[in-house]
Design a binder for this molecule. Structure first.
Ligand SMILES: [Zn+2]
Length: 454
């Protein structure tokens, strides 16, 4: 049997490696984002606490009778094993990926602002990191989950019940695909959809959508039967994704829709459902409804893109469930339920977003003037308003402007660079112009932030 001493050695080695990683990252302060610095400082102090708590308790037990002492010391090490597990599997990858060379640092101030608007009383610190996977995600971290053995306080009941959102997170880890560091237009997904998940947890919107037990899943004795657990899982996931999409359209406008197919559809077909997400075609149709409500279907520059999506995805919620890794029968029941809830989901989300956080078509004239600056090869962080006054552009205005240039075909910007773009242009020419657009967009974020903080 593994002795207490062996456990202590192993625990010590893991802690040492984590501390080494933390120190290595700490030694390059210039390459750290604001969020990564805050996380490092916290993990550094946690590691010191864990070290000294383990040593102190270990020594306190020295006076006890050997049999009991061995048992208590083994338990002591077990208590800390979970802390080390979370650090290794959840925190270290974030710290390693938070290297400023792997994340769009220019977006961090805008992301901090989105997180603050989404969960004003929680104020979690967002930590942006580049993931090795091609995905955007948001994951909460509560200090209380890590500190249980150090403080000796019991796990808060909400966390014990499976990590629902009752106690506020101290950090939110937000990933971007590492390879897309510079594709700033795609990162609209962070400020829209991922911040939307946070707003949903904060306001508990999707939680309020009570699931009926479909008659097909009721046992002969009238109780929920086999398959109900799976049903609840898929229905909950789909509801959360729909809510995040709706909130995304409400808070950042058309870019929520324009960026989605490129990040979600990159992996394959639009009309594929999974346990975690309804098909991208269904999500597009839902977003079109919200954008219509916001008055965006008639703004200039987007009608062609929107009518294209309408033709492609207008009937998406009517199609049957399809997807390789999906329980067809259960997912079909979820589909039958959720498509009757969509308008109510939109209504509830809309009534819960404060007016100051809504992005409506009233902003479109600003987006258009920002887009014409980008098209002329200029950053658009400073917007000239009516009466010639100047102001820092909102992040939503910059992102929508960048997409407007993109959907209008990049020709104007191409001309500035001496590249004539046509339908038959080389893909390398198109991406060259796109790359310049990305850089102008990042620059615009920097300028806007500079003006705001000046
Ligand atoms: Zn999501």
């Amino acid at each position: 049997m593994w002795s207490a001493n062996q456990r202590r050695r192993s625990l010590g080695e893991r802690l040492f490696r984590i501390a080494e990683t933390v120190e290595r990252i700490e030694s390059r302060p210039a390459e750290l984002t604001h969020g990564a610095k805050a996380l490092l400082a916290y993990i550094g102090s946690l590691l010191r606490q864990v070290d000294s708590t383990v040593d102190d308790r270990w020594n306190e037990l020295a006076v006890i009778e050997p049999g009991l002492r061995e048992e208590l010391r083994r338990e002591l090490c077990d208590d800390f094993r979970d802390v080390v597990g979370v650090l290794v599997s959840e925190v270290v990858p974030v710290l390693v990926g938070a290297d400023a060379r792997r994340v769009p640092v220019e977006l961090e101030p805008a992301l901090r602002q989105s997180v603050l608007s989404a969960a004003p009383d929680w104020k979690p610190v967002p930590v942006l990191y580049g993931s090795d996977y091609y995905e955007y995600s948001i994951v909460p971290l509560r200090k209380s989950e890590l500190e249980v053995p150090v403080t000796g306080r019991p796990v808060p009941s909400s966390a014990a019940e499976g990590g629902d959102m009752e106690s506020p997170p101290d950090f939110v880890f937000i990933s971007v695909p590492g390879v897309e560091r510079d594709s700033v237009a795609l990162h609209a997904v962070l400020l829209g959809h991922e911040a939307g998940h946070l707003r949903d947890w904060y306001l508990r919107l999707s939680e309020g959508f009570v699931l009926d037990v479909p008659p097909q899943l009721v046992d002969s004795d009238g109780k929920p039967g086999e398959g109900y657990g799976e049903y609840v899982k898929i229905a909950t996931n789909w509801t959360e994704e729909c809510v995040a999409d709706i909130l995304s359209c409400l808070t950042i406008g058309p870019v929520a829709l324009l960026a989605l197919p490129e990040v979600a559809g990159g992996a394959g077909e639009l009309a594929v459902d999974s346990d975690s997400h309804p098909g991208t075609d269904r999500r597009i149709e839902l977003m079109l409804r919200v954008l219509h409500q916001q008055g965006f279907d008639v703004v200039s520059g987007l009608t062609e893109a929107f009518s294209g999506y309408k033709t492609l995805c207008g009937d998406a919620w009517k199609r049957i469930v399809q997807g390789p890794d999906l329980n067809q029968q259960i997912a079909s029941l979820v589909l039958a339920w959720i498509r009757t809830q969509l308008d109510e989901l939109i209504r509830v989300c809309t009534s819960n977003v404060p007016a100051s956080d809504l992005f409506t078509s009233d902003y479109w004239p600003l987006v258009e003037s920002a887009a014409s600056m980008l098209g002329g090869g200029l950053p658009c962080g400073e917007i000239i308003l009516a009466g010639r006054s100047r102001a820092a552009a909102r992040p939503e205005v910059i992102l929508n402007a960048s997409w407007l240039v993109k959907v209008q075909g990049l020709q104007a910007l191409g001309q500035q660079l001496g590249v004539v773009l046509t339908e038959d242009s080389h893909i390398s020419d198109v991406s060259r112009v796109s790359e310049v657009l990305d850089r102008l967009t990042l620059k615009s974020f920097e300028i806007a932030e500079f003006l705001r903080s000046a």
